[in-house]
Design a protein around this ligand. Structure first.
Ligand code: NAD
Ligand code: ZN
Length: 338
């Protein structure tokens, strides 16, 4: 219904899919695609394709399809696809509208809204991008049925993050939830709670000049771990897996710097230990490489590495300066966890 309205409002609609969402998600729209002869642009799946090469492919396809400025791009996929498609749309003919139809848990609770698009350049993450919002986001938990368990877990890292920075009740709710039985999970409350936390923060600070930085909790070290692991084998570590490890390290820093309670630290470690695999490359030996990668972080100012940290569960603080020593200590803490 929603799509039919969009079809009437725009000169042309085009789906952007990756190889997996074309198989698993596009069939939901088969009648619509056939009825209106909707064109489809396909890119390869995976974070390694969130790059300039894929953007070029999309722009060339758009030109071949003779899309004008009143065309609409429908990004059908996870966060990689909405970041990539949103970025491509934001530059094509100086910007056309796009709608996100998120198909992974992570993108339904986080990546598909909030007004940021990005691609990766070399080994650095999300360094090229734009602040631009989709005209609409269509969320349907049904897509999650075909998602691999690893990808579902990946999304939970962001849900835990939302709870830790802003909502103690949500954290308790997530601790009580039987999140191992994904087939029986009621996704709606999780999607709504996470959406509300992120949007409340984004609305206060759309361009990340202040409070929006709170959403980067777990990401300063998390992005470094992600970039490091994917240097050799792209896709070997997902965003959420890296962020989960980042959350543990940055909670430890919070404990040492802001008196974040040790008992809450134990809760985080216990929950994450059951849920995410421990990453064995996070150790002293690789610490210099993590520092190199962190120095590229967009959150840095005047060469200093800035962190968002938690004072207690549900309460966070941004622009925290942390010494190199304490960062190293947090990596050591992680590496010694059982
Ligand atoms: N813009 C933002 O605000 C924001 C926020 C958080 C994360 N991100 C970005 O999001 C990306 C991670 O997103 P992601 O975890 O959704 O990864 P993803 O988009 O790469 O999807 C993960 C895998 O699942 C497959 N897939 C997607 N939907 C499926 C479905 N319904 N059934 C079966 N397979 C399916 C994909 O093809 C891919 O192989 C990162 O690039 C990260 O930087 C952006
Ligand atoms: Zn993230």
């Amino acid at each position: 219904m929603e799509l039919t309205k969009l079809q009437q409002a725009y000169s042309k609609l085009v789906f952007l899919c990756d190889a997996n969402t074309k198989i698993h998600c596009l069939p939901f729209f088969a009648d619509f695609v056939a009825k209106y002869k909707i064109a489809i642009i396909e890119v390869e799946a995976g974070e390694g394709n969130k790059n300039l090469g894929a953007v070029k492919l999309i722009w060339e396809a758009m030109i071949n399809l003779e899309l004008d400025r009143s065309a609409l791009l429908l990004n059908l996929g996870g966060g990689m696809l909405s970041d990539l498609g949103g970025f491509a749309a934001s530059c094509y003919k100086r910007g056309i509208d796009f709608v996100n139809i998120p198909t992974t848990f992570l993108s339904q609770i986080d990546a598909s809204f909030g007004g940021k698009t990005a691609i990766n350049l070399g080994s650095t993450k999300n360094q090229i991008g734009s602040f631009v919002s989709p005209v609409n986001v269509l969320v349907c938990p049904l897509f999650l049925k075909t998602l691999a368990d690893r990808e579902t877990k990946n999304g939970f890292a962001e849900a835990f993050k939302h709870a830790l920075i802003a909502d103690r009740n949500y954290w308790d709710f997530l601790l009580d939830l039987n999140i191992f039985d994904f087939n029986r999970l009621d996704w709606k409350p999780i999607i709504l709670l996470s959406f509300n936390i992120k949007m409340k923060i984004v609305n206060l600070d759309p361009k990340e000049e202040g409070i929006r930085k709170l959403l980067n909790f777990g990401h300063t070290l998390g992005h470094a771990f992600e970039a490091f692991a994917n240097r050799k084998t792209e896709g070997s570590l997902s965003h959420g897996e890296a962020v989960a490890a980042g959350i543990i390290c940055e909670s430890y820093i919070s404990m040492r710097l802001l008196n974040f309670p040790a008992s809450a630290m134990d809760d985080i470690c216990r929950r994450f230990n059951h849920f995410f695999d421990k990453l064995d490359f996070i150790d002293e030996k690789n610490t210099p490489a993590f520092f190199d990668l962190m120095r590229h972080d967009k959150k840095n100012q005047k060469g200093k590495i800035n962190f968002s940290l938690i004072e207690e569960i549900g309460k966070a603080r941004f622009d925290c300066e942390v010494s190199d020593e304490l960062i190293k200590e947090s990596i050591q803490y992680y590496s010694e966890l059982n």
